[in-house]
Write a protein that binds this ligand. Sequence first.
Ligand code: MLT
Length: 268
Amino acid sequence: MKRIEFQTHTITTVDEGNGRPLLFVHGFPLDHSMWRAQIDWFAGEFRVIAPDLRGFGESFPADAPLPTSISMKAFADDLVILLDELCVTEPVVYCGLSMGGYIGWQFVRHYSERVHSLIMCDTKAEADSPEVARARHFMADGVVEAGTPLATRGMLERLVSPKTVESSKDIASRLQAIIDATEPTAVAAAQRGMAERPDSCNLLPLIDAPTLFICGDEDQITPPAEMEKMVSEMPDARLKIIQDAGHMPPMEQPESTNRVIAEFLERD
Ligand code: MLT
């Protein structure tokens, strides 16, 4: 792992392999290790960069207290600074899952010249409804007092398919361990940032970068139908459904996920 010093914080990142840069951006409330199977598979042929976003994983503790809210744009800004620090000037294949996808829309909106192509896993372009945004603020207000494990209780069952919980206990427990280790202040700041994120639907028809959407067939958070809608609104997009996966295909079905990513990378 490399540590990159920013003005107010430090970002820790995987930077392995050589070749076209492939940037993996994790979901909430996780860290880079959700991409372990992709890092191992693709670092043979690509330069794989997989950071822990500000406040998450080993990018905590911050040198200064985390802001109470971190916008998706601020996370995208961090990624650009990170790429600059790593001397990555070539446009990247941006691969984000869920919150990593929300950040991806901001990355494309503000830094389209840094994007070669997009892989958007289990994510959406719509902003939150007022009810969802309220629930996020409620969790953000409570998590610092209650601690992450209490505030995120029940999240695991929504992240993975029932089959994964049943048959892949190691994946479920790995995920639970990452969630529980996440700092309450990072959970709160990202929740507020997601609640306040802008709607990105109007951006979709303007994105001409080749785009692959990936979705678990049993994803309850961003179901396949929601992703099909985004595909139909973009000029150069396709969707691959991963069987027997919920919201986390890269961890639940790493082989099938890696295959569809590899197929896309060969084509584009
Ligand atoms: C994620 O996996 O990043 C979260 O489900 C995003 C969200 O809470 O909307």
